[in-house]
Design a protein around this ligand. Sequence first.
Ligand code: URA
Length: 454
Amino acid sequence: MMRRGYRSPPTRTRGASASRVRLADVTALDAVSIITTKRDGGELSDAQIDWVVDGFTHGVVADEQMSALAMAIVWRGMTRRETARWTTAMIASGRRMDFTDLPRPTVDKHSTGGVGDKITLPLAPLVAACGAAVPQLSGRGLGHTGGTLDKLEAIPGWQADVPVPRMRELLADPAVGAVVCAAGADLAPADKRLYALRDVTGTVESIPLIASSIMSKKIAEGTAALVLDVKVGAGAFLKTLDGARELATAMVELGTDAGVRTVALLTAMDTPLGRTAGNALEVAESVEVLAGGGPADVVELTITLAREMVTLAGIDVDPADVLADGRAMDHWRAMVRAQGGDPDAALPTAKHTEVVRADRAGVLTRLDAMGVGIAAWRLGAGRARQGDPVQAGAGIEMHVKPGDFVSEGQPLLTLHTDTPDAFAGAAAAVDDAITVGEPDGKPAAPLLLGRIGA
Ligand code: URA
């Protein structure tokens, strides 16, 4: 394939002196005109979008120019056409994987991220056990939400890097059928560079940029169908239902336009999912779910997402039956082994624990996901910067959930860490996250808040 060049469109000349303009000057001028078009509320053409994303990928459009364009997009937005073209250009910056020759239908899930969100761990083997292939390229955590790879890396021996031919073999294997692994450097590399810039230039908060960033990676991953779990609430990226619905709609449109059957569920993230936040703690809880137990909210969300996934994959099986009869657990064990892990090995535990107790009797009316996420992060379960190490055993066990009665002095949480200096900061974060009061008479908030289908 020929690489696209960096020649500017013919309208961009500088009169008599144009022949002496150096390539660098011309490309700088093009980037500037694209930035100013968007800054002034204009719509970018397909050619401008292709050019600027390609130029950025190859170092012709400078970081400061892309940052300025990202800020203009934050303020001015992008139309559906622009967002779709931007996504296509991001995919084209790398390699698009293709699993159409697999003997089973492919389907994947993406969550926008929440505290205690370990759902991928029971979900991927469950959906594989239903007969689908689940190719999940995942990331590591940053900030208060954990990363799926960090969680799985708590399992002794488990490896996140799987070469593509091996991934294909495992997806085709009826005893495995699911691979959760690190995305290669060639998967939407323009997004990788742009996301790093957005992170440090205050330009993450833009629906078209978030939607195109997430969907470029999911479409490039080669799945035929996709279920999006868009989190809403205090511990989520998006705090309001309207914002989450807008993002979900944009992502469903992008997936559908790219030929990926896509559905989005809007789910609550005001309080953490399940009873644990932290890498090894969440693996242990996921194994409980696969063994037929586990917290009710984790089981409910796993089955709800699995039903959407198998329906999109065209498989007529109820995942609740497959979870109940142990087939999902068999796939989990095979999946962990296939990536070098030992499903029977003891999980790492933290060196130190501290218990947080109720300072009065009453009802737990609030356990704020953001506060718990920050506390788990301070204990060492998360990282502040890309590349920082995480502690496998660090995190928080939650002994009560909102709506539970508590007595004075009753243990509410156990904090786990290898670094006891972290207790003070974590305790301060959870102190602000907990409210024990009088029963408020409100029914428990539902987990599922909406669904957006193609
Ligand atoms: N996650 C992504 O992958 N991209 C964004 O822009 C935001 C969250």
